[in-house]
Design a binder for this molecule. Structure first.
Ligand code: NAD
Ligand code: WQD
Length: 350
């Protein structure tokens, strides 16, 4: 175990959305760091099989409560049952394209759900919360390196807008009541899987994101990848993103929980969780082929609306204030994705 996880400040963590992709990896890291975990998830995009596998990996129990964050009564019951000291809030909808077609569902799940959660936490006297935000809140600042001092911008889609609204909701809630300690974690592009290959990302239907799509092509579930544009002003013409291994991301949550404890008078901490380096779509394809030994056929397709040419995190603030930085390489991201995908070609459904 790493030294940075030796100190346990908070004990029982409520993890909303803990049956999903990032949540399942985070609960594993929490258990391994000695925390107790209660997951609250409506299973709209999560799996109890993921939780069972986490329990086996950690050799510890996860408390699971099936429920929806928009249901205040359900939240109150959970908070009355477990001695929760902090919440990590992953629950929400995340598909960019779908969010443009279903704004009411996105605002309802992501914004109304967060309001119910904050009210329930306040009533239970729990004032520590870590929120899953996204680099999308920067909008298009006109520079590729995003740092936390920059003002937030206008996200190009409704999903991103809900993240910005919840960030504002949390900031204003904390400003009105200094008992709150809030971490806003702005993720860049989470990819990869636990190194065992037993838990990973299990997208429903056609994957929206690059790496799950590549992995499904490699395993033979899809014919070829479409690369959305090769005429961007980047070295090889394809877009650059800051891909971060999901286990590095999960560890960032534990570091953020520990940092909150140091906020004697409450406060809001905003941290980018990224590696600080951009990789192009073509680089990703090549790196995946190398790590997996599989060919990934592709065609170049038109640009996708709303895509920025390139951006990556300035990860300096997280390093200084959380003592956290990424440890895993691009090869690790690819090898672990392939291990998960090849061992579980149909995800959690065998
Ligand atoms: P995911 O869909 O795998 O996990 C979300 C979980 O929340 C699922 O298990 C789902 O069943 C649950 N959920 C959804 N709505 C709920 C509700 N109303 N009540 C209770 N549970 C509900 O997504 P993920 O990739 O693990 O993302 C986790 C969080 O991180 C999300 O808030 C997402 O917006 C944010 N985020 C994700 C990415 C990414 O690229 N994956 C990037 C930035 C931020
Ligand atoms: C990465 C690159 C595509 C698929 C999204 C959300 C963001 C955050 C992370 C939640 C881009 C290209 C992709 C494909 C391709 N999510 N691509 N062919 O768009 O950077 O970020 O996920 O908060 O809010 O917008 O990630 O994986 O979709 O795309 O060429 O089939 O791969 O154009 O350059 P993105 P992505």
């Amino acid at each position: 175990m790493k030294t940075k996880f030796l100190y346990r400040y908070l004990s029982m963590i409520l993890v909303t959305g803990g049956a999903g992709y990032i949540g399942s990896h985070t609960i594993l890291v929490l258990l391994e760091a000695g925390y107790d975990v209660v997951v609250f998830d409506n299973l709209s995009n999560g799996s109890t099989e993921a939780i069972k596998r986490v329990e086996r990996l950690a050799n510890r129990k996860v408390h699971f409560e099936h429920g929806d964050i928009r249901d205040r009564k359900g939240l109150d019951e959970v908070l009355a049952t477990y001695p929760v000291t902090a919440a990590i809030h992953f629950a929400g909808l995340k598909a960019v394209g779908e969010s443009m077609k279903k704004p009411l569902e996105y605002f309802d799940n992501n914004v109304s759900g967060s309001i119910q959660l904050l009210k329930a936490l306040r009533q239970a006297g729990v004032f520590n919360i870590v929120f899953s935000s996204s680099a999308t809140v920067y909008g298009d600042p006109g520079t590729p390196v995003f740092n936390e001092e920059m003002p937030t911008g206008t996200p190009s889609n409704t999903y991103g807008y809900t993240k910005l609204v919840v960030e504002e909701l949390l900031k204003k809630t904390q400003a009105a009541d200094p008992r709150w300690r809030v971490a806003l974690l702005r993720y860049f592009n989470p990819v990869g899987a636990h190194q065992s290959g037993t838990i990973g990302e299990d997208p429903a239907g056609i994957p929206n994101n690059l790496l799950p799509f590549i992995a499904q092509v490699a395993v033979g579930k899809r014919q070829q990848l479409s690369i959305f544009g090769d005429d961007y002003p980047t070295p090889d013409g394809t877009c650059l993103r800051d891909y971060i291994h999901v286990m590095d991301l999960a560890e960032g949550h534990v570091s953020a929980l520990q940092a909150l404890k140091r906020f004697d008078k409450g406060g809001v901490g905003i941290w980018n969780l990224g590696g600080g380096q951009g990789h192009s779509v073509l680089e990703m394809v090549k790196a995946f082929e190398k790590a997996s030994g599989q060919a990934v056929p592709y065609q170049v397709a038109p640009r996708r609306e709303g895509d920025l040419a390139q951006f990556w995190a300035d990860p300096g603030k997280a390093k200084r204030e959380l003592g956290w930085e990424v440890e895993r390489t691009l090869h690790d991201m690819m090898a672990d994705t392939w291990r998960w995908q090849s061992k579980n070609p149909n995800g959690y459904q065998k």
